[in-house]
Design a protein around this ligand. Structure first.
Ligand SMILES: [Zn+2]
Length: 253
């Protein structure tokens, strides 16, 4: 590929050798990429304030060699300064960015995953909705785009809309009604009808409407417990950022 440029969201930055940095970043056309920023620690001019996780930047890249991109310079588009001053917003952004980085592989969805991440960062920066209210619908959206969408519309066994409590089978990735509960593979998480309805609503909402969804505290907790268990099942581990989120989300606003 000849020299090219792309909008990007920085996911992580690690030192490499004495002066270089290895940067993981999300792009709208190529998904997640890793790039080398040569001499970035010594000459900061080419990357002034750009190489921080969660920054939205334009990267200018040299010809690709193998799997690695060569970052020649960057321009900062948005550093989301308000988000960075609030640990809870930062925690929610870190969880979403890690998940977006893991899921951004199918070529037909990388553009939408990038757009979803941009919208999440913008909303968290503007503070229009509490971070723990934004986190569940955005986790759901990213999972759905990445091909891991929980099946919430009807009972996986009888096909009917459940009435009363809903049982989510983690390995089956979908819901069961009270009568069919016995057929669901465990572990199973019970959801109250309100939580189920909110998540179902969120799954069908346009991206720019997601911030309007308001979850009550117990609904946020039920949803987050569900996504954590669901992700752990698929990844075989927790998201790295989840520990940070747990720590900061317990604090009172
Ligand atoms: Zn059923």
């Amino acid at each position: 590929m000849p020299p090219w440029q792309t909008p990007a969201i920085v996911l992580s930055v690690k030192p490499y050798g004495e002066a270089d940095l290895l940067v993981d970043f999300l792009t709208p056309t190529q998904g997640r990429l890793t790039g080398m920023a040569k001499h970035a620690l010594k000459s900061r001019r080419r990357f002034a304030n750009c190489l921080e996780p969660l920054n939205r930047v334009t990267f200018f890249l040299g010809p690709r060699r193998g799997e690695l991109e060569f970052l020649q310079k960057a321009e900062l588009l948005d550093s989301f300064p308000t988000l960075r001053r609030d640990l809870k917003r930062l925690g929610a952004a870190a969880v979403l960015a890690e998940l977006a980085g893991l899921l951004a592989a199918p070529p037909e969805t990388v553009g939408t995953i990038f757009q979803t991440m941009e919208e999440a960062l913008r909303l968290l920066d503007q503070g229009q909705a509490p971070p723990d209210s934004l986190l569940p619908p955005f986790l759901l959206r990213l999972l759905t785009l990445g091909g891991y969408g929980p099946r919430l519309a009807a009972c996986l066994s009888c096909g009917r809309e459940p009435e009363g409590p809903v049982y989510f089978s983690i390995p089956r990735g979908g819901i069961f009604c009270t009568s069919c509960r016995g057929e669901a593979a465990g572990p199973i998480l019970a959801l109250t009808p309100g939580t189920w309805k909110s998540l179902r609503l969120a799954q069908g909402m346009a991206l720019d409407k997601l911030s309007r969804l308001r979850l009550l505290e117990f609904q946020r907790n039920e949803s987050l417990a569900l996504f954590r268990a669901f992700l752990r099942h698929h990844l075989g581990r927790d998201l790295k950022a989840w520990g940070f989120w747990e720590k900061v989300s317990c604090k009172v606003d």
